[in-house]
Design a protein around this ligand. Structure first.
Ligand code: SF4
Length: 66
């Protein structure tokens, strides 16, 4: 297993995905192994606001607003 994203504890996307097992696994693969490629991580590193709808891939999932 790779290194873990330093933002893991603070990242709200986990809570949003807690009931969706398949997506959770997908998010975890970013968060555990390739977090430096995560668009959310990159934005946080730049000090920018990260919309709750933004996925690690940079795509937006509007249903995450709920
Ligand atoms: S979604 Fe991105 S910023 Fe959030 S914990 Fe995973 S890798 Fe880190």
């Amino acid at each position: 297993m790779g290194e873990e994203c330093p933002k893991l504890e603070d990242c709200p996307i986990f809570e949003k995905y807690s009931s969706d097992a398949s997506r959770k696994i997908w998010v975890k693969s970013y968060c555990r192994d390739i977090y430096e490629k995560c668009e959310r991580y990159q934005k946080m590193q730049r000090g920018e606001d990260v919309p709750i709808t933004m996925l690690p891939s940079g795509e937006h999932a509007e249903h995450l607003k709920k």
